[in-house]
Design a binder for this molecule. Structure first.
Ligand code: UDP
Ligand code: ZN
Ligand code: FE
Length: 319
């Protein structure tokens, strides 16, 4: 596989034809259960190499014709198996302590990835729900250790740097202050804030920010990870309860690249709950995917009210 660049937009595309071989929702056998060939026994969280990786240390040099830009698809694709229990619905169904273990494992893996000069970006994400194409329902997240900075993050970096240069402050710190003082605020702890942003693109979108101005997951301390586990548990539980049936969502960590000086940036999690209030799935169709303009049938303020109600029936995320 190779990573090609769209010269018209700057987007990177990972061309990985071997991914076609991956199994789709096998009913009888789960590769992430204890005792499966790659898992063994006696673990509570496991990071496995993805068997159908989009990037790998063995990727060949890309063919280039001198016009198009391509880079070697070097890196690692990993699966974060979050629990030995196959039948749990979601991350939020795990005890807070278990979610904390998951986050610590991811942080450790990132520290390892940061020492690999071929890896420029650590992308941690989680897809939830068969409706959005999840092929294995055993609770898991994923990691892509990439040789390029994803374009959406690159855009955020640019805007944050511009703001920092112009005003001498962090754009994201200013956003967090605004949002925390608004009706869209969901939770605020000693270390973290969660809110539905003013600029939400999805029907039930939540952003989770550390109050401390940090750029990388590896800068977070144990206390911060412990509270983050509680906040994610509460927010994901609220999404599950918001419209009467478990909401498919995408969750992605936005952080700085592993190399370079990005002190103007501020890491955060973005969670996109994809059901409308009536329980119908919102697609990213022509306007969204083709033009990059999102349309919302509800307001972020409504979504925040709905999520706050749902939160009331969830375990408190913060002590
Ligand atoms: N997978 C794996 N080992 C297996 C079967 C699947 O590592 O035996 C991987 C598969 O390549 C996929 C992931 O597990 O990337 C399951 O991820 P999910 O369905 O959430 O999303 P996908 O990556 O398929 O979009
Ligand atoms: Zn900041
Ligand atoms: Fe972001």
């Amino acid at each position: 596989s190779e990573v090609r660049r769209d010269p018209t937009t700057g987007d990177w595309i990972v061309v990985a034809p071997r991914r076609l071989e991956r199994p789709w929702q096998p009913e009888s056998f789960c590769p992430f259960d204890p005792g499966a060939p790659e898992t063994g026994y006696g673990w509570d969280v496991l990071i496995l190499p993805n068997r159908y990786p989009v990037v790998s240390p063995e990727a060949p040099a890309p063919q280039t014709d001198g016009f198009y830009e391509a880079v070697r698809a070097y890196g690692r694709a990993l699966v974060v198996v979050e629990t030995p229990e196959h039948n749990l619905d979601d991350l939020s169904d795990l005890p807070r302590e278990q979610i904390e273990r998951v986050l610590r494992m991811v942080r450790d893996e990132m520290a390892r990835a940061a020492s690999d000069p071929g890896v420029l970006y650590f992308l941690y994400f989680r897809n939830k729900g068969r409706e959005i194409g999840v092929s294995l329902t055993h609770p898991h997240g994923q990691i892509y250790e990439l040789p390029v900075v994803p374009e959406r993050v690159a855009r955020e970096l640019e805007r944050a740097e511009e703001y920092w240069r112009g005003r001498g402050r962090c754009l994201h710190c200013d956003v967090v202050a605004r949002e925390s003082a608004s009706g869209r605020a969901l939770l605020r702890g000693a270390y973290w804030a969660a809110f539905v942003p003013y600029y939400a693109r999805w029907p039930h979108e939540v952003h989770v920010y550390p109050l401390r101005h940090v750029q990388l997951l590896t800068q977070l301390g144990d206390g911060e990870l412990a509270e983050l586990a509680g906040v994610l548990k509460a927010v994901l539980c609220a999404l599950k309860n918001a419209v009467g049936k478990p909401m498919p969502y995408m969750m992605v960590l936005h952080q700085a690249p592993l190399r370079g000086d990005h002190r103007y940036y501020h890491l955060h999690f973005e969670i996109y709950g994809m059901y409308r209030p009536d329980g119908r799935l919102k697609y990213a169709a022509s306007a969204e995917t083709g033009a990059g303009i999102y349309t919302l049938d509800t307001t972020p303020e409504d979504a925040a009210e709905r999520l706050k109600k749902a939160l009331a029936s969830c375990p408190r995320g913060i002590s």
